[in-house]
Design a binder for this molecule. Structure first.
Ligand code: 3PG
Length: 327
């Protein structure tokens, strides 16, 4: 996979930048967190410094809504986006994007001379702008894309002791990772809503029961289906964190949508105060954590912006978007 630094960007070169500006909105449709926009700025600025013209393209939501409000927000907040930059409408407004149609990829290729993938969180999708377009243009990875790749890859050859913490709700998405990391991690905690979810599916429950016999597996103390992690569970995690050199964490410990945020926030603080290298991600893992804690975590770790793509990358060690850049 080549870095954007290897791209021949000269004055006037038109550069298609596939970003992931699929940002979360609140109920009044205000942007809650613009970290994904901010993370794409170094790549955009680099292209401009070389004299190139960035053509910024993203998907937004799943219903084909316009991305214009996000673009307007980004332009008003970040002056580097107000001039010398072109924007495309939500890529998913054309069904060719999700169908990975060759015609749609050709239409996009006609707009530019170089392709940059700066959308790691969308690179698990076999969509035209992720896997079709790089076949048609010289292709490179953006700065943030490479950061995601390099940091998440640290868990494949981990430093030990290596602790893995899984929360969240969808046990079926975490099970392949639990199975994979049994060989690599020293301890794996399975908490959050994963037990309640497994209870609804007898096959999943059997798997979870089998895992309970493995000495590497840690379950919450007391009611495994509780809506938040209790003090005893946090104490066990604290002990493990203190002796760990690497911690991977994906998924909140409590049902934060119903206000059960104490366990997640306490865990985040423990990790921030630890000396372990931290790799944290999965959409809403840090959604309820204070900016100060987040900043302390980032001081000795990496916060991924990917949700489903992070899980797929951790399981497969690659993604369709990475393969497209490698070909
Ligand atoms: C995300 O938010 O995880 C990415 O932008 C991918 O979005 P999607 O799940 O709608 O493809």
């Amino acid at each position: 996979m080549k870095s954007i630094k290897e791209a021949e960007i000269k004055a006037g070169t038109r550069v298609f930048v596939r970003v992931d500006w699929n940002v979360a909105l609140d109920e009044r449709r205000k942007i809650i967190n613009d970290a994904r926009i901010k993370a794409s700025l170094p790549t955009i600025s680099y292209i401009k410094e070389k004299g190139g013209v960035p053509i910024i393209a993203s998907h937004f939501g799943r219903k084909g809504e316009s991305i214009q409000p996000v673009i307007e927000f980004a332009k008003s907040k970040y002056p580097e986006l107000s001039e010398g930059v072109e924007f495309l409408e939500n890529l998913r407004q054309d069904k060719g994007e999700e169908e990975n149609s060759e015609n749609f990829a050709k239409k996009l290729a006609d707009l530019a001379e170089i392709y940059i993938n700066e959308a790691f969180p969308a690179s698990h999708r076999e969509h035209a702008s992720i896997v079709g377009l790089p076949k048609l243009l010289p292709h490179f990875a953006g700065f943030r894309f490479l950061e995601e790749y390099e940091n998440l890859s640290k868990v494949f050859k981990p430093e030990h002791p290596f602790l893995v913490i899984f929360g969240g709700a969808k046990f079926e998405t975490k099970l392949p990772l639990v199975e994979k990391f049994l060989n690599k991690a020293d301890d794996i905690f399975i908490g959050g809503g994963l037990h309640s979810r497994a209870k609804k599916d007898s096959e999943m429950q059997v798997k979870l029961d089998e895992l309970s016999n493995n000495p590497k597996i840690i379950f919450p103390v007391g009611n495994v289906c509780a809506l938040d992690a209790n003090a005893e569970t946090l104490e066990i995690l604290k002990e493990k964190i203190t002796s760990s050199r690497l911690v991977l964490w994906n998924g909140p410990l409590g049902n934060y949508e119903k206000g059960f945020i104490a366990g997640t926030n306490a865990l985040a603080r423990m990790l921030a105060d630890s000396s372990a290298y931290l790799i944290i991600g999965g959409g809403d893992t840090l959604a309820t954590v204070s900016p100060e804690t987040e900043c302390d975590i980032a001081g000795h770790g990496f916060i991924s912006m990917a949700g489903g793509a992070m899980l797929e990358f951790l399981a497969d060690e690659t993604l369709p978007g990475i393969e497209a850049l490698n070909n």
